[in-house]
Design a protein around this ligand. Structure first.
Ligand SMILES: [Zn+2]
Ligand SMILES: [Zn+2]
Length: 427
């Protein structure tokens, strides 16, 4: 099977390539990049006027299978990911059962074979993500887990986290922590500040995130393990990560599109589509996040795609679960918040979606050069389109971006040499 992507602006941050060229993919691999390429029998995709980038990688998503298939399945999640321009996604272990041993990891990978994008499972840090006994880290890695995390829950016990990092260091696997001190969060519903007081909702202070980021940096220094802060959202946490990096402590972090686009003051009162963890922070925190991305402190953009069905999200703000959809709006938000605003270049944004996460997870993806996997994200940075969540490929509808018009979005997604989604066919 041959595919030729013609006349696009090929941007590959890994090699520094940025030029109009053709990309020829054969049997799932990129074989040539150059001008006027010809291949008899190849399917041709005209990418004139479009950007042709390495396939985007989302290192933080919730696919809900096994156990919560009414919210999402591996199949529907993969479709939504492809429609967002993602060719590879990593799924967090908070399923039922929790992905805390190799049997579950293998089950997910088996189900993933029918999905239209590449799926990389993340194993749990502790059994049942209960924060007490370590999960089977070595066997999960051998089965295909690319990182460990108890995402959704923090590892509250510092001694357990220290042991987890010691094991992770031996197995050379990164530890992704959902940094939150549950005692400080104290069942809060949104960021603690002026807006929480105004709305009369219980607040989650930024310090709840900061103390755990601080602890994990200290433990990474102690153990030598690679610590990755999930969905970083506060100014002080970003400052600490920057400082740790300058001291060569193995620390990385990711930013979500919703934390780039919104602050607590943007919350439509009591609309549960604005409820997520960490919560939408202050305007100051949001600017610090964008500054952190511009300064190179942030290593990856990750969606934290967290589907919840209407039946769960249609409750009072205090009772409904945390989380928002992320795949289909990620690129539109990133272009708007980072590139069109002049804060970073297009190649740098692509890096945050490709080589950034690939480097953290040591994936052999995120590059576009002869020999690399035929994963390509084709997008139009100027396309004006409106997001209709009711037409989402996800099984759930919880997005605060419904009805929002974006400048820039994905046009086609190629996974292992096959076009798995194009905008024309789906809308
Ligand atoms: Zn989390
Ligand atoms: Zn998450």
């Amino acid at each position: 099977m041959k595919l030729i992507v013609k006349n696009g602006r090929v941007i590959d941050p890994a090699s520094g390539r940025d030029e109009v060229a053709d990309v020829l993919i054969k049997n799932g691999l990129v074989v040539r990049i150059g001008t006027d390429l010809r291949a008899t029998g190849a399917i041709a995709f005209d990418a004139a006027g479009l950007v042709v980038a390495p396939g985007f990688i989302d290192m933080h998503a919730h696919l809900r299978e096994p156990g919560y298939e009414h919210s999402e399945t591996i199949e529907t999640g993969a479709r939504a990911a492809a429609a967002g321009g993602f060719t590879s996604i990593c799924c967090m272990p908070n399923t039922a059962p929790v992905n805390d041993d190799a049997t579950v990891t293998r089950y997910i990978l088996d189900r993933a074979r029918a999905a239209i994008v590449n799926i990389f499972p993340i194993g749990a840090i502790t059994k049942g993500s209960a924060g007490e006994q370590l999960a089977a880290i070595g066997s999960m890695k051998a089965a295909g887990a690319v990182a460990i995390s108890d995402d959704g829950k923090p590892v509250m016990n510092s001694r357990v986290m220290r042991r987890a990092m010691e094991f992770a260091h031996v197995f050379d696997i990164p530890v992704i922590d959902h940094c939150e001190d549950l005692n400080l969060s104290a069942d809060g519903d949104m960021h603690e500040g002026f807006t929480s007081v105004k709305l009369g909702l219980r607040g989650i202070p930024a310090a709840s995130e900061d103390v755990m980021v601080a602890r994990n940096i200290l433990l990474a220094e102690l153990t030598g393990a690679r610590f990755h802060a999930a969905h970083i959202s506060s100014r002080r946490s970003l400052e600490m990560v920057a400082r740790a990096k300058s001291r060569n402590i193995p620390v990385t972090c990711e930013a979500t599109p919703h934390h780039m686009a919104l602050a607590d003051s943007d919350i439509v009162p009591y609309d549960s589509n604005y409820k997520m963890k960490p919560p939408l922070r202050s305007v100051t925190d949001r600017s610090a996040l964008i500054d952190g991305i511009a300064a190179g402190v942030v290593d990856a953009i990750a969606t934290d795609h967290a589907p919840h069905p209407g039946s769960e999200k249609m409750q009072e703000f205090e009772r409904c679960p945390f989380g928002v959809l992320g795949f289909e709006t990620a690129l539109g938000i990133a272009l708007e918040a980072l590139v069109h605003s002049g804060r970073i270049t297009l190649p740098r944004m692509i890096e945050l979606f490709t080589t950034g996460p690939a480097r953290i997870l040591k994936l052999n993806r995120g590059r576009l050069e002869p020999g690399s996997p035929g994963d390509v994200t084709i997008f139009d940075p100027e396309l004006v389109w409106t997001y209709d969540v009711n037409r989402s490929f996800s099984k759930s509808r919880n997005s605060p971006f419904h009805g929002r018009t974006f400048r820039g979005g994905p046009v086609a997604t190629v996974v292992n040499g096959a076009v798995v989604w194009t905008r024309e066919r789906s809308i």
